[in-house]
Design a protein around this ligand. Sequence first.
Ligand code: LLP
Length: 430
Amino acid sequence: MNHFQPRRGQLHAERIPVATLAEAHGTPLYVYSTATLTRHWKVLKGSLRGLDATICYAVKANSNLAVLAHFARLGSGFDIVSGGELYRVLKAGGHPAKVVFSGVGKRDDELAFALDAGVGTINVESAGELVRLSAVARRLKVRAPVALRVNPDVDPRTHPYIATGLRESKFGIPVAEARRLYHQAVKDPHLDVRGVACHIGSQLTTLRPFVDAVGRVRALAADLAGAGIRLRHLDVGGGLGVTYRDEQPPSPDQYGAAIRKALAGWEGAVHLEPGRVLVGNAGVLLTRVIQVKRSGKKTFVVVDAAMNDLVRPAFYGAWHAIEPVVAPPAGARAVTCDVVGPVCESSDFLARGRKLVLPAEGDLLCIRTAGAYGFTMSSNYNSRPRAAEVLVDGDRALLARQRETYPDLIRGEALARPAPKPRPFRRRRG
Ligand code: LLP
């Protein structure tokens, strides 16, 4: 369910025709729907009734300040993986006590920033990190709130690039080692051992791996309780998938019910780190057709969005629905084409072998389910200014991020000596 729907043949974002937004702000343009964000957050929260649950939205999925501020207003916590993400959360009015800091390589300065800001939990991912965190806490004269992120060795059956809970993955601590580290951590006066965490992967479309992972983490918690180490919270991570094409992921209600069941009898609090399921289909990417090009037997629709704007198709072979913003006339014939961007890479495609009613130059296309890992993974490759972002709420649209300009592209760069003055150009006479 999302609030990007056609009305009278024109795609709307809530009550605004998206073509109006493209006119006002140019393309490529990310458009997000507040009503969709609210709905997803509330449905997930509702599915966890009966649990003392904190939703810690995974900032990496979409870190726009206006999006973060909206979740903060709903009462959300945040899952961060860098000092930069913490900075954003604080600027957006997020409550530091509801922040969990995950990640396999946190630098000392990032740990210090987090402790200074008073984050709720630091999810430690290695023995070495535990030692460094203790040293940073001692220096700052605080006790660091700690959970260990364990690696439950569960196959999430997802794309290998986004599977994180298998034994050979760089993430998390094997259960046996974690047990030993808990015994070490509780004796450390600079550490405050609070909980246990796991995250097994992203875009999961079945419940089984979640249930297995929670089962293994619970077994560890029970084991520790037997040894007098009582954990106050269990963090089940994120990972619930969305529908891009024909996937049928569990609904938030089914997911919530499975988590509730897997946690039956658990008396502590629960943390969740959902990203994609909250923002995925709450965002679209609008792009304009620059050129339609035929090459041999192939038809290329060259658009003004590229892999630097949305890297998922190039990087993971991901499939995103693409549709015209203005519905084509009934009965118009679809052709098979590649939708590609202007970047100088053969992997710069948004869709391959896609059936589309062939658009004309200047037409607007909408790339769906681009709210998660869309803008946040964008870059300036080919010196392309990054897209603008708009957050729609009913019939209002906030320019949540300005389009980058050419001066933005070189901000912070330096020349060893002043750039030569351009010489007047003289045409040679024949
Ligand atoms: N917690 C941790 C520790 C994570 O590493 C992640 C995602 C999440 C939570 C949120 O997972 P989600 O609920 O969004 O699945 N760029 C990839 C996805 C990478 C996910 C990385 N970790 C993509 O575009 O599919």
